[in-house]
Design a protein around this ligand. Sequence first.
Ligand code: C5P
Length: 301
Amino acid sequence: MSGTEVTVRVPAKVNVQLAVGAARPDGFHDLANVFLAVGLYDEITVSPADELRITCAGPDAHQVPLDATNLAARAAVALARRHGIEPRVHIHIDKDIPVAGGMAGGSADGAGALLACDALWSLGSSEAELLAICAELGSDVPFSLLGGAALGVGRGERLTPLEVGGTFHWVFAVADGGLSTPAVYAEFDRLNATSQVPPPAADPALLTALRTGDATALSSTLTNDLQPAALSLRPSLATTLATGTSAGALASLVSGSGPTTAFLTKDEDSANTVSEALLTSGNCRTARVTSSPAPGARVVS
Ligand code: C5P
């Protein structure tokens, strides 16, 4: 495949459980992070170039950094370095995942660029090798490669795949502007400064609900320990959450570090109703209807 163009499709994620422990000496937090990939995708296309270059298209493209800090660029550099080659590649990101929204959009681009460059340069890396590079790039990047559903421990990068026994229907309300993940974790630390934060653990009832594909059972187990911090930094999200609940969502929660909010519904019709209510309320910039699980990063052409 060397010398041609390669396109990889990568999904967004929602955290159906995000249990956050106390801050570690390295500044990260130990997590019990139950990831579920959802059917919103970025597409990463790589082609040979004289030097590393990134372009991005899509409604939020202007918010995406096009320099060496972009996780897609960092992925190409990390892979090239490991193989002693130069990252002479043009990476184009077709962006559909909300930017800085708590849906792992940046991580998706990192995982996508890694897989795409591996194919473009005919390196034939194993999944284990790619996952190891993903873990160096960021806590959520390994899951973007894997997709489906998984429990992430440590920083969230040590993954155990989980069984999902059905389709779950979701609406995502995209907020105006992003939230910085470090800022949300810092607010979590501030809010919990005087309390004893318990060690994070996966909820067995939630894992059963995923395995049996039971949306009602899943709705009663959804938790996000970062939600109070996200609401503290962005109080208007409480109104968005309430709007989705009143419109019939089984449950509403902040997606990851936010500010995107997630609404689990009993079926696709209900998802459309919730989406319309959110759009007419004016409490979000846009609303997206989708379902899960979704496959991980895949070469599509
Ligand atoms: O790993 P990643 O680069 O995505 O993390 C971004 C930031 O989120 C970290 O710098 C840290 O502030 C916070 N974080 C954390 N604990 C985790 C994951 C992320 O505190 N497990």
